[in-house]
Write a protein that binds this ligand. Structure first.
Ligand code: TYD
Length: 210
């Protein structure tokens, strides 16, 4: 059977990177083969591109450069890792995907949602997540926490106006979107966020087996 492609999305510091580990364990404990991965990154080339993107010394990077580097890393990721895993029947859990670029570069950087969609379509040739979990929490709540902890990378240290734009962008794209996206209330306790996420995935898998 064909595998399942699940993506976790949300603002910086929304907790998805912690929750993904719990989802993975939950699925593996049930004998399901899981590939956990992330963007930007997921492959050796993608991780090299990630370092360039997040490097605080690259303050002069143009929005176009940023969007193209992200799409390049994503293309590599899809062909080298995501598609082969799905074709061999695995569940792929991916921390961020195209929706991040639409919100951060399309809206946050003002490049335009459709323009960013076009370069991503070129890079990834039509693959879409089967299910996306959006970790919904306002950036004012999370960003402070993140940048206080460890200073923050090039994107995290963008001002709150940028992250507010990204968050509003996410909400707009989700509203207009035809893909299957479940909104998770990420203001709840970690335990509740994990169980909401697992429940959504279980419902999706059950629906597919019917
Ligand atoms: P991520 O590793 O998810 O950071 P965190 O775990 O701290 O939330 O993503 C790194 C940064 O890259 C994050 O600020 C979001 C940004 N990003 C984009 O701007 N566009 C994209 O397409 C992706 C995948 C990430």
């Amino acid at each position: 059977m064909k595998g399942i492609f699940i993506v976790l999305e949300g603002p910086d510091g929304s907790g998805k990177s912690t929750v993904i580990k719990h989802i993975r364990k939950y699925l593996e404990d049930r004998g399901i083969d899981v590939v956990e991965t992330r963007e930007p990154g997921g492959t050796a080339i993608g991780e090299s591109i990630r370092r360039i993107l997040l490097d605080n010394r690259n303050k002069t990077m143009l929005p176009e450069t940023e969007a193209l580097l992200l799409a390049a890393a994503r293309g590599q990721h899809v062909k080298e890792k995501i598609l082969p895993a799905i074709e061999s029947g695995k569940v792929v859990l991916c921390d961020r995907f195209v929706l991040s670029s639409l919100a951060y570069q399309g809206v946050g950087r003002d490049l335009g949602i459709e323009e960013v969609r076009i370069i991503n379509d070129f890079a990834i040739k039509g693959i879409r997540p089967d299910l996306t979990l959006f970790f919904d929490v306002e950036p004012e709540t999370t960003l402070h926490r993140k940048t206080q902890d460890k200073g923050g990378d090039r994107l995290e240290t963008e001002g709150i106006e940028f992250h507010r734009k990204v968050y509003d962008g996410y909400l707009k794209i989700i509203r207009d979107c035809t893909e299957r996206i479940v909104v998770i209330d990420a203001t709840r306790t970690k335990k509740e966020v994990i169980s909401q996420s697992i429940e959504s995935i279980e419902n999706f898998i059950k629906g597919r087996l019917l």
